[in-house]
Design a protein around this ligand. Sequence first.
Ligand code: GRF
Length: 221
Amino acid sequence: MKRKLQAAVLISGNGSNLQAMIDAIAAGRLELEIIRVISNVADARGLRRAAAAGIPTCVVEHGRFGLRTDFDRALAAAIGAGDPDLVVLAGFMRIIGEAALQPFKGRMINLHPSLLPLHRGTGTYQKALDAGDGHYGASIHFVTGELDGGPVLSQVTIPIETDDDRHSLARRLAPLEHRLLVATVEFLTRHEVECRDQLIFVDGKRLAEPLQLGADRQLAD
Ligand code: GRF
C-alpha cells in the first residue's frame, strides 16, 4: 500500500488553517499525515491545536537568533527532522531565507491572502481596497527566494462589495482559505505536481493558470 503523504506545517499564530487540515484528516477527506507543526512563536494557539490532535510540535523562535541565517538553519533542521514530502506554510509570518528554503525547494507551499501576483507582503486586504479592486481572494504558491513571488498553484476568488472594509473581507475570506488549503493539499496527494524553472507541471502537463476553487470545494482549471 502506498504510504500517506507526510507534511510539516509551519505556523505563527491562531492556526485555523492548520485546524482545517486536522479536521479534514479526521473526517477522512484528506489522506495526509501531519508529522510536525513548527512555530516561530512560542505561545501560538496553533501549537495547542496540534497538541490536541496528537501532532508533535516544535518551536524555533526567531528572536533567539542573532543572525537571520542561524534562524534559517535551525528552521531547516526542524523541518527536515522527519524528511517531509511537503512543507506547508499556513500563516507563517516570517520570511523564509535561502538556508531554510533550499532543502525543500519544490515541496514548500505558502498560503497568501491575496490574488497573487497582486498585493504581496502584509496588509493585503487594505491594499486591495485602496487599489479599488473588484475582487479579492487567496492564493497558494510554491515558495521561492522571492517573497510571495513563486508560481501560483491555486486560488479562490470573492467579489469585493462596496461596503467592504478589511475586517469584513478577512471574515468572508477565512472559511474559503481553509477550503482552498485543504483542497490544494488533497490535490497534491492525488497528482504528481512539480515546480521547476518557475513553472508548475501537473501529471506532466504545464499548468497555464492557477487552479480555481469551485463551489463544490474542488479545484478545477
Ligand atoms: C491567513 O489569513 C493566511 O492567509 C495568512 O495568515 C492567516 C493565518 O491564519 N498568511 P491562521 O493562523 O491559519 O488562523
